[in-house]
Design a protein. Structure first.
Length: 278
């Protein structure tokens, strides 16, 4: 017994070390080293970025790029529509301009274009878009220009019914609608008729598309009226085409549209507004 104890005292360290080594090897084999990997990650975690945070940042970046792609594709489609419109309507001489400013307080009154005097734009020029007339230029700087929209209630434009040539003037309603007041007491007009600028317009060339008749009120006093749905996308306009505002023919001063019950002074001012005086 004494001999065994002396042998144990002499070799116990080696025996314990070998046992621990074998036990550890067996444990690692059974767990496939998972605990070692966990210990490694635990020790190195303070020196590495948070994996979940990193993945969230990558997801946010991917989402941002996807949104940019959608926006660029949308802008590209809109610009192609504008270019196609200028080609179809032979407006290649027009100046394509982006809408760069719009006040929420004056959403239906005016917009600002990113082209100005150095691009060849002048006061009185006509602003159009796919669908028809948008408005006209009322002020110009070197690099920008301000547009008075057709939807501005102060903007009054001479228009006519394309089918019957019944004439009148139109005023905006601060929306995608306008009201046309006829000169004739019994105009030839019906729902769906196309409306265009008239030959008596002092601000726009004749024949430019405006919109379509949505409803008619022949009993309106003092003159029959029609609600016009504007054909240009004024509410979400992003690009526009600016044309020269010089009309090919102007009415004789003091002349009066046929079948008109409006006084001469009233007719001559039917298109004027404090902001849109030609």
């Amino acid at each position: 017994m004494y001999t065994l104890r002396r042998w144990w005292d002499r070799h116990r360290f080696q025996i314990v070390s070998v046992s621990l080594t074998l036990g550890t090897a067996l444990f690692l084999q059974q767990t496939q080293g998972a605990i070692v990997l966990e210990i490694y990650q635990l020790l190195t975690r303070p020196f590495q970025p948070n994996p979940s945070q990193q993945s969230r940042l990558e997801d946010a970046r991917i989402l941002e790029l996807q949104q940019r792609l959608v926006e660029l594709e949308s802008q590209n489609e809109e610009l192609k529509r504008v270019l196609g419109y200028t080609t179809e309507n032979k407006l290649s001489q027009g100046i394509i301009a982006p809408v760069i400013g719009r006040s929420s307080d004056h959403w239906w009154q005016q917009i600002t274009l990113g082209r100005g005097g150095r691009d060849g734009i002048h006061e009185g020029d006509i602003v159009m878009a796919p669908g028809g007339v948008v408005g006209r230029i009322v002020s110009v700087t070197a690099s920008t220009s301000r547009v008075l929209l057709l939807s501005d209630p102060s903007n009054q434009v001479g228009v006519s019914i394309s089918r019957s040539r019944s004439m009148g003037y139109m005023r905006g309603q601060a929306g995608n609608r306008a009201v046309m007041e006829f000169f004739d007491k019994v105009p030839d007009v019906k729902r769906g008729d196309a409306v265009a600028t008239s030959a008596f317009s002092q601000l726009f060339p004749a024949g430019l598309p405006i919109g379509r008749v949505e409803s008619v009120n022949l009993n309106k006093s003092p003159a029959p009226e029609a609600v016009i749905e504007l054909s240009a996308p004024i509410s979400y306009l992003e690009w526009a085409v600016v044309r020269s505002g010089k009309t090919s023919s102007q009415p004789v001063p003091g002349s009066k549209p046929p079948n008109s019950d409006r006084p001469d002074s009233e007719s001559s001012n039917s298109e004027s507004s404090p902001e849109a005086t030609p």
